[in-house]
Design a protein around this ligand. Structure first.
Ligand code: ADP
Length: 153
């Protein structure tokens, strides 16, 4: 029980997309449990999709998958992983821009909590063009974005 491989999948998920879903599905082949951790500061309520709605939509998307759970947090990701006994961070890599950023973040996270390994999955080509920010922008002007999401917005 103690050597369960638990991964934290941290992000803003505003909104959670099919690209994120793909990372979780593939991560389930590597880990026993995945905790989707939404970074959220209740003092700065600047989300596009309200946090409670996002939590329930993600839960709905993984209703048949008991190994996936969703939480919110407002602290250092490394500290959260340590507290939850998650030895892995799961992140997706779409392109070199993601790589440059993720490289520094993962070095810092391992400095903060030396047992913590970040595992990167290269985005499936079908989802490489999807970003939460583009989806927000397009949805804001009334276009249907459901094709890119594992639920209906
Ligand atoms: P952050 O605000 O931390 O970048 P996001 O919610 O944008 O959080 O993304 C969380 C994680 O999901 C990151 O590792 C990001 O690279 C990955 N990700 C984002 N979009 C996609 C996608 N279309 N396909 C695969 N992974 C993605």
């Amino acid at each position: 029980m103690d050597n369960k491989r638990v991964a934290l999948f941290p992000g803003s998920f505003d909104p959670f997309t099919k690209g994120h879903e793909d990372i979780v599905q593939r991560g389930l082949k590597l880990f026993d449990e995945i905790i989707i951790a939404i970074g959220y500061n209740s003092q700065k309520q600047n989300r596009y999709v309200p946090i409670d709605r996002m939590i329930s939509l993600i839960n709905q998307s993984f209703a048949d998958e008991p190994r996936v759970s969703v939480i919110t947090y407002n602290e250092l990701t490394a500290g959260l992983a340590n507290r939850l006994g998650a030895a892995y961070l799961l992140r997706g890599l779409r392109n070199t821009t993601d790589f440059e950023f993720e490289n520094s973040v993962s070095q810092m996270n391992r400095y903060l909590y030396k047992e913590l390994e970040t595992v990167f999955l290269i985005t499936s080509p079908a989802y490489a063009g999807i970003s939460s920010s583009i989806i927000r922008e397009v949805h804001k002007y009334g276009a249907n974005v459901n094709e890119f999401l594992p639920y209906e917005l």
